[in-house]
Design a protein around this ligand. Structure first.
Ligand code: IPM
Ligand code: MG
Length: 360
């Protein structure tokens, strides 16, 4: 099969980690008889430097024409980079928001689980972490506060900033369906997270989620307030299977969940629309402080490529091969610096790519 993939190397460590994921995909192609067709586009800071804006129409068109998009990371140091002197809609992150909207990527899947081999990195007490955990945050990605009307006005001699939070029934329904569908393939539990004790948008969220739940009698549904969820994630993360939530809550909770694993360099993500098309990227950022040193951990990007094989191309066997290569490399004691512990073999970003290829 021919896989048409648009790549966004991006900023910071992005180009280094995407290079490793491409290498791994080429190895998969060679082994299983596929053909990878990669086309790179610019986004974020790299696009600002080259084209004066964080994402061009041409780049969007290239991404749309592909079967899937593989992304590294975008953005720089927000206090020192000149990109952050630009108006908000010209900054690197605006490119990311724009591509999400342009490609209608409303469903953001962020798995967070504890790797047995890396359990020591988990910041929770052992009595909590010993139960292990494996959750998936299903974050709504194209609505809510991120895309509501916003403005800053002057009123009574002072500035006043307004951000609006809206959700329609159809926006809630389509992400809820994705959440229940994926729960069916996992441990069949959905925790829907909202702030229904305060917000109208959350009360509608809860109503629609309950309506969708009625079509999935085999899946358990529970509702949790977002502040409680933040607490439960550190108190008892093993209780969660699928966490279904709106855009802003999902942004915050997914960072918390990834921190709780202790190994954010290992976590992948997928952003999907209602076709097979998706954008796949690591859950971590562009780490400008270590960019260009060949020490970044490429595993999150490699695992994102595995998600791409699974969700956009239905290549489950190939995705399994990539995921088991990751487990094997960890079992063999190889570690990039972010997950290094005593007695292990410290390796570079590109060495990790090579060792993964050897195990496919
Ligand atoms: C993320 C990021 C983005 C978001 C930023 C960079 C706009 O934090 O993907 O979680 O808030 O969605
Ligand atoms: Mg975030």
């Amino acid at each position: 099969m021919v896989l048409n993939i648009t790549c966004i190397p991006g900023d910071g460590i992005g180009p280094e980690i995407v290079a490793q994921a491409k290498k791994v995909l080429e190895k998969v192609a060679a082994k299983y008889g596929h053909e990878m067709k990669f086309t790179d586009i610019l986004m974020g800071g790299a696009s600002i430097d080259a084209c004066g804006e964080p994402l061009t129409e041409e780049a969007i068109a290239t991404a749309k024409a592909a079967d899937a998009v593989l992304m590294g990371s975008i953005g720089g140091n927000t206090s020192t980079s000149p990109w952050y002197k630009l108006p908000p809609e010209k900054r690197p992150e605006a490119g990311l928001l724009r591509i999400r909207k342009a490609l209608n990527l409303f469903a953001n899947l962020r798995p967070a689980y504890l790797y047995e081999e890396l359990a020591a990195a988990c910041p929770l007490k052992e009595e909590i972490s010993k139960a292990g955990f494996d959750m998936l945050i299903m974050r709504e990605l194209t609505g809510g506060l991120y895309f509501g009307e916003r403005k800053t006005i002057e009123e009574n001699g002072e500035l006043k900033a307004i951000d609006t939070l809206t959700y329609s029934e159809s926006e809630i329904r389509r992400i809820a369906i994705k959440g229940f569908e994926i729960a069916r393939k996992r441990r069949k539990k959905v925790t829907s997270v909202d702030k229904a004790n305060v917000l109208d948008s959350s009360r509608l969220w809860r109503k629609v989620v309950n309506e969708v739940a009625a079509d999935y009698p085999d899946v358990t549904v529970e509702h949790m307030l977002v502040d409680n969820c933040a607490m439960q994630l550190v108190k008892d993360p093993a209780q969660f299977d699928v966490i279904l939530t709106e855009n802003m809550f999902g942004d915050i909770l997914s960072d918390e969940a990834s921190m709780v694993t202790g190994s954010i360099g290992m976590l992948s993500s997928a952003s999907l629309n209602d076709t097979k098309f998706g954008l796949y990227e690591p859950s971590h950022g562009s780490a400008p402080d270590i960019a260009g040193q060949n020490i970044a951990n490429p595993i999150a990007t490699v695992l994102s490529a595995a998600m791409m094989l699974r969700y956009s191309f239905d290549l489950d066997k190939e995705a399994d091969a990539v995921e088991s290569a990751v487990r094997q490399v960890l079992k063999d004691g190889y570690r990039t610096v972010d997950i290094y512990s005593e007695g292990m073999k410290k390796i570079s970003c590109s060495e990790m790519g090579d060792l993964l290829c050897e195990r496919i």
